[in-house]
Design a protein around this ligand. Structure first.
Ligand code: 13P
Length: 287
């Protein structure tokens, strides 16, 4: 069932768990995440970066594929189709394409411009029944061409953006896209708690979910994080399983070169890590 992410995340805040956003790249990714959500009776958010949208030939293709797949696979759990780190223009494209949720990432603008653009998009998204995420501070590292310095969000700026009526908020707290470096300082829980104190029950989003230790994930959830984004880890599981298949020479046996066989171990790898994350985030049986 394609829905906005508002209700599932409000329920997550009340229930002290988080819903995973898993970024999709193609049919295998989408099918793996949807089936795993259904098997675990978990709500789920499919994240689409602008780069991945382009790769899949555009947001209209993505929306059509996701809607058709939800129907043909009989997916009954709540599914949100969400633009990840959207530009102003990208948000309008996804609104038109039939997404159920958008993220406007205005974190690289001065706060006044971030506020102005977020405010406009909140009104447009809500008129369409869609949910909207905004960002303050920035996520370190790089995600599909979006590069951030990793500034810790100013809690007062978070409050200003929260007051615009966004449905959930990404606040930079030392989190990084991609693998964490050896000398990573960890999440800044003081900043998270300070923001939470000002914004109340508005769901907080933790980007850069790959490689954050379990105890930090649990603490972040206890401090109001209700959505956790995972991208790189699915890619790494897909890569490792595909590499193993080829290194074992399975592609050379019989019809092992058939793409449906060649991509199957990677597909199963994604299912395995998505299930693991749903268990860790506490969203199993919360559909
Ligand atoms: P990772 O690639 O580090 O898991 O981050 C994903 C993310 O935050 C998507 O917005």
């Amino acid at each position: 069932m394609l829905v906005s992410a508002t209700e599932m995340l409000q329920k997550a805040v009340e229930g002290h768990y988080a819903v995973g956003q898993f970024n999709i790249n193609n049919l295998e990714w989408t099918k793996a995440v949807l089936l795993t959500a259904e098997e675990n009776n978990s709500p789920v958010i499919l994240g689409v970066s602008e780069g991945a949208g382009k790769y899949m030939t555009g947001f209209t293709t993505v929306a059509a594929m996701v809607k058709a797949m939800i129907e043909s696979l009989n997916i009954t759990v709540p599914v949100a189709l969400h633009l990840d780190h959207g530009t102003y223009e990208g948000c309008y494209k996804c609104i038109k394409a039939g997404f159920s949720s958008i993220m406007f990432d205005g974190s690289h603008f001065a706060i006044d411009e971030n506020i102005e653009k977020t405010k406009e998009l909140v009104n447009v998204a809500h008129n369409m029944g869609m949910s909207i995420e905004a960002e303050v501070g920035s996520i370190g590292g790089e995600e599909d061409g979006v590069i951030g310095a990793g500034e810790i969000a100013d809690p007062n700026e978070c409050k200003m953006i929260a007051d615009l009526g966004v449905d959930f908020l990404a606040a930079g707290i030392g989190n990084i896209h991609g693998k964490y470096p050896e000398n990573w300082q960890g999440l800044d829980f003081d900043a998270l708690a300070a923001t939470k104190a000002l914004i109340g029950d508005l769901p907080l989003v933790l980007h850069g979910g790959t490689g954050i230790p379990e105890d930090m994930i649990k603490k972040a959830i206890s401090l109001g994080v209700a959505k956790i984004n995972v991208n790189t880890e699915c890619q790494l599981y897909f890569q490792a399983a595909t590499r193993k298949y080829i290194e074992e020479g399975k592609d050379l046996v019989g019809k092992g070169f058939d793409p449906r066989k060649l991509l199957l171990p990677g597909f199963e790898g994604i299912k395995e890590i998505v299930k693991e994350k749903m268990e860790l985030f506490g969203s199993v049986d919360k559909a």
